[in-house]
Design a protein around this ligand. Structure first.
Ligand code: MRU
Length: 340
């Protein structure tokens, strides 16, 4: 099986425990491929906040490496905890970030060597979670597929979550046509998903977000698949703003709506989607998309980065540990039964 050509990895540790983190600056893609070197935890914080590194699983991986950088500057565990809390606050919705920080702190060590081993493990586990998600997803997906935002290789330590099944199909030379929404206001679909899929030789068709419901209604989409930033204990899913509208349209037209995510994206401590904090971002992302002012001046702007799709609209959640069909609190608990 020929593996499809994936983009360069979103993060890369360079050197040993005294080394540093290189982050592929996703805000410049696809026009420019440029790396940012992060030698201080505040660089990692800044890269996450600016979305130079983005996508819930990849943010978690970056934060794990960020904790190695932090440990080199801390004299006590308490100081490392503070540095971890600061990193975790960079983006509030993607739970993988807090999860990775917590996992690194659970080692109870300031030894950068031990912490680097753990960060590399977090990275490798995410890569293999993506592979397993891809194999499960391929059993369910019917093409043409519609996806939103970017839940591909650029958002994870591996081949992606929502896009993993598409790459798995490509590796098996199975045709899979993908519709990608442009994903306003930051265009992750147009800039990242369309770029990574087309480089991999996958047929991809771009549409504006507002065209998605009509496309679904036309019968030309046979599955919708998205990633997730946080999944509550009852299966409610927080993901890129616009996901909820897609789920409603899919339900109305009997198109299966799948969510693909590693178990590190589940938050059993949050009972329902109502408890998920949604990140609000700068108004200029909306008034001046791609840096060019289009909106009238003197107006209000509402710019949530995510929305919540209730579990009842989700056909299945696809994870590396298996598939939860028609997610419920019990189904999610069974999946996580073996521990997160
Ligand atoms: O704001 P972003 O670009 O980090 O949002 C990303 C998403 O919403 C993805 O769908 C989600 O993180 C899953 S990535 C595998």
């Amino acid at each position: 099986m020929a593996a499809p050509k994936l983009p360069p990895p979103g993060v890369r540790w360079t050197g040993g425990p005294r080394g540093f983190l290189k982050v592929l600056d996703q805000t410049l893609l696809p026009a420019r491929v440029r790396w940012r070197s992060c030698r201080h935890p505040r660089d990692v914080f800044d890269a996450i906040r600016r979305l130079q590194v983005r996508g819930a699983p990849l943010i978690g991986v970056a934060a794990a490496y960020g904790m190695v950088l932090a440990a080199r500057r801390c004299r006590t565990q308490r100081e490392l905890e503070k540095a971890g809390a600061r990193l975790a606050s960079a983006r509030p919705t993607a739970v993988n970030l807090a999860w990775a920080v917590k996992r690194m702190l659970s080692l109870q060590t300031l030894d950068p060597r031990a912490l680097l081993v753990e960060a590399l493990r977090v990275h490798a586990e995410d890569r293999s979670a993506c592979e397993r998600i891809g194999r499960y997803a391929l059993l369910l997906l019917r093409e043409p597929v519609l996806t939103h935002c970017n839940a591909g290789s650029l958002a994870t330590g591996g081949a992606g979550t929502a896009l993993a099944g598409i790459y798995e199909a490509a590796a098996r030379r199975r045709k899979m046509w993908v519709f990608a929404t442009e994903t306003r206001p930051l265009f992750q679909g147009a800039r990242l998903t369309a770029w990574e899929l087309s480089r991999a030789g996958v047929d991809v068709t771009l549409l504006v977000d507002g065209a998605a419901a009509g496309l679904i209604a036309s019968g030309r989409v046979r599955s919708v698949i998205v990633g997730a930033d946080r999944i509550a204990a009852n299966g409610d899913v927080a993901n890129k703003v616009g996901t909820y509208a897609l789920a409603l349209a899919a339900k109305a037209h009997n198109v299966p709506f799948y969510v693909a995510a590693p178990v590190s994206t589940f938050d059993p401590a949050t009972p329902t989607g109502k408890g998920i904090r949604i990140e609000q971002r700068d108004a200029r992302e909306v008034t001046a998309p791609a840096g060019r002012r289009v909106a009238a001046t003197g107006i209000g702007v509402w710019n949530p980065a995510f929305d919540v799709t209730p579990a009842r609209l989700v056909t299945a959640i696809i994870t590396e540990k298996g598939v939860v069909k028609r997610p419920t609190r019990e189904g999610v608990a069974r999946l996580l039964g073996g521990g997160k």
